[in-house]
Design a protein around this ligand. Structure first.
Ligand SMILES: Cc1cc2nc3c(=O)[nH]c(=O)nc-3n(C[C@H](O)[C@H](O)[C@H](O)COP(=O)(O)O)c2cc1C
Ligand code: SF4
Length: 655
């Protein structure tokens, strides 16, 4: 048992199954399916997390009925063609001592995609419209309700017969079972609507049917939002009452507690809470659930580090800790915690960019800090080079750090030179933005990985011909990043205009009056600066050349930032590019047509423009040279780190 985390590594029994520790990877849709089935990518993904030491893996949602296709890539458990996939992933996870459950899912009206790009079609208890995906569902007939309930039971049996240890009924986040329970969503007048007992009926019949189908030897759990945290959503007292009734049925082995609701942006931010939300915040909900049931309870929500998990369990607020993104980011977090290697943990920073962000784009999930995630078959296990070479990495931003760390792990001698005194590149600037300080963790993690791998890191060292001659590299990786660029503007001599990067790094006093922040991309820079100023009670207009402010930010992260900006009083102007500034007016050209906007009373203008790649002018002699990250084309940390991984991996291929 770990001396640091005695509660976390104590085994726990859920119904008929004992789990080796309290660390859970909860159901998360990876988009790693093979045409709606579990294929080798998904098996490799979960095997890596089981190898990393967690106790329990819950597979992503599996549709229980033809009407449950909420995306075009959802796993389906509706017929026996799904069996080999469940069997393969169960065997892979069991090989490493972890347990594995699967989620039984029907979205009801929460359908994101229609067939081949058509508008989504959905069924629900009633035809109440869904705000986020703009769905008006079809009210279910009683016959269809019975058919779906039977679908839960038959899917559960199929999954359990495939060797999966348990099934988890998804009643969280406003999905079908809880739509039935919510009187603001279910307006039926038959036996499935009206009184609380009638609104509980669907879920109660699902729970009873599933238990009967799988028998006593398989774990049956329930996932539910302790509070839906949105207009018309369920509040804690309603949920606790429901849990009490379900508990009394004696069919369930555990409750998995989360927060939020899919039907509105306000509720959906809690499905995958981003860095603005405190670690382990939903333990206040699981703590209340523990008062109404004696069965084990687990909770999700930004439990990123083992000490947070240990604390919540030790304080009796939960029995198990869901650490899902923590393991997308670092699959070996459990082993590292257990073997006193906490410093080696690559902590999730809650950016949401490559995990839920990718899911929402319909592409396989990954992690900006650890692009091996979701690409296990391509990049793991790390190869070893046959002959040790000298590798010079120029630039200590995310691209260079990742390339250096991986090349060194593969066995090459790596020197990394960074011209600035600090490592981190663009990450250092990003962490200066409000509510984004955690982003700095990406630089800390990557730097630590490079150091541990034995990279010879030289800061304040611009690469010169002399350094090249001294290092005498066989391979050079150029990761020199990007610099700020000011767009072509007509600027009056009396105007105060400053680039966003300069503003963030020097934090000058601005002349008093309205600040116009202009932003070409719709990312965090413009929005973050505008928010900071507005929170300091400075009048601000944020003009973006994107369709809307924060358009390039993952939806949940953006929703939280935008609500803060709205509360702080930021004025918005969309689809507009800055063309000129005089003493007190900013002139913006619409990106849609000939209309010109004038923003009056402007005392200062902060311009966040498109950056520009930086590449060194050096003679590399006979060394192979590869340029990566922003030095190729300015993008985000995700592409930079991925290209670092690719560059180092390709070096192993030529050893
Ligand atoms: C990419 C992604 C997909 C998700 N899909 C599901 C899902 O299929 N079923 C589910 O119950 N929750 C899903 N979730 C929510 C997670 O189970 C979990 O509750 C959430 O990530 C918060 O926990 P964390 O802070 O430990 O990541 C998903 C989360 C992510 C990041
Ligand atoms: S992409 Fe960001 S939020 Fe997602 S797992 Fe990685 S660090 Fe965490």
């Amino acid at each position: 048992m770990s001396s640091l985390f005695p509660h976390l590594f104590e085994p726990i029994t859920l119904g008929p199954k004992t789990i080796r520790n309290r660390i859970v990877s909860s159901g998360h849709d990876t988009v790693l399916d093979d045409h709606g089935m579990i294929g080798e990518d998904l098996v490799a993904y979960h095997e890596e997390r089981a190898r990393g030491g967690c106790g329990l893996i819950v597979l992503q949602v599996s549709g229980v009925h033809e009407t449950a296709r909420y995306t075009s890539h959802v796993l389906m458990a509706t017929d026996d063609s799904s069996v080999p996939g469940y069997r393969a992933v169960a065997e892979a996870v069991h090989r490493h001592g972890a347990a594995i459950f699967a989620q039984l899912f029907h979205p009801g009206r929460e359908v994101m995609d229609g067939e081949r790009g058509m508008a989504p079609r959905a069924v629900a208890p009633s035809d109440e419209p869904q705000e986020r995906f703009k769905v008006v569902p079809e009210a279910l007939t009683t016959f269809a309700i019975k058919d779906i309930i039977a679908g839960y039971a038959s899917a559960a049996k199929r999954i359990a017969d495939s060797g999966i240890d348990g099934v988890e009924i998804v009643a969280s986040h406003g999905y079908l079972p809880i739509q039935f329970f919510n009187p603001r969503v279910n307006t039926r007048t038959d036996e499935y609507g009206g009184s609380p007992a009638n609104r509980r009926r669907f879920l109660a019949e699902v729970v009873a049917g599933v238990r009967e189908a799988v028998g006593p030897g398989v774990v049956v759990g329930l996932r539910i939002s302790g509070e839906e945290k949105t207009e018309d959503g369920l509040v804690a007292t309603e949920v606790l009452d429901l849990i009490g009734h379900l508990d009394a049925m004696n069919c369930l082995d555990y409750f998995s507690i989360t927060a939020g609701d899919s039907s509105t942006l306000q509720g959906a931010v809690h499905i995958v809470p981003s860095m603005q939300i405190d670690p382990a915040y939903a333990a206040t909900l699981s703590e209340q659930v523990k008062k109404v049931t004696d069965r084990p309870v687990m909770v999700a929500g930004r439990i990123n580090q083992p000490h947070e998990a240990e604390k919540a369990i030790a304080e009796g607020r939960t029995d198990m800790a869901i650490m899902t993104r923590a393991m997308i980011c670092d699959p070996a977090i459990a082993n590292k915690a257990q073997h006193d290697a906490v410093d080696e943990i690559r902590a999730c920073i809650g950016c949401n960019q490559a995990c839920i962000g990718h899911f929402q784009m319909g592409v396989p999930i990954s992690c900006i800090q650890y692009p091996e995630s979701g690409r296990e078959l391509t990049f793991l296990p790390r190869p070893r080079v046959r002959t040790r070479r000298r590798v010079l990495v120029i630039g200590g931003g995310p691209a260079g750090l990742k390339a250096a760390a991986v090349a060194a792990e593969q066995g090459d001698d790596v020197v990394l030179c960074e011209r600035e005194p600090h490592l981190g590149g663009a990450v250092l600037l990003a962490q200066e933005l409000p509510y984004r300080s955690e982003f700095g963790g990406a630089a800390t993690n990557l730097s630590a990985e490079a150091r541990r791998a034995g990279v010879d890191i030289r800061t304040s060292t611009p690469v010169t011909q002399q350094i090249l001659a001294e290092v005498a590299p066989d391979h050079v990786i150029v990761a020199t990043g990007a610099k700020a660029r000011m767009p072509q503007l007509e600027v009056d001599d009396e105007a105060f205009v400053i680039g966003a990067r300069d503003y963030l790094s020097t934090q000058p006093n601005l002349p008093s009056g309205r600040v116009l922040v202009t932003d070409w991309k719709g990312d965090w820079i413009g929005l973050g600066i505008a928010l900071r100023l507005a929170e300091a009670r400075v009048p601000v207009t944020l003009a973006t050349a994107a369709n809307f402010a924060g358009a390039a930010i993952q939806q949940y992260t953006r929703t939280l930032l935008m609500s803060q900006a709205l509360r702080a009083g930021v004025d918005f102007l969309n689809d507009a590019r800055l063309v000129g500034v005089d003493a007190s007016t900013g002139y913006l050209q619409s990106t849609l047509c000939e209309v010109v906007h004038e923003v009056d009373g402007v005392a200062a203008t902060i311009v966040s423009g498109a950056p520009q790649s930086v590449t060194p002018d050096l003679d590399f002699g006979s060394a192979s040279v590869r340029t990566i990250g922003d030095a190729v084309a300015p993008r985000t940390v995700e592409e930079a780190v991925f290209e670092g991984l690719q560059a180092a991996s390709s070096l192993a291929a030529v050893s």
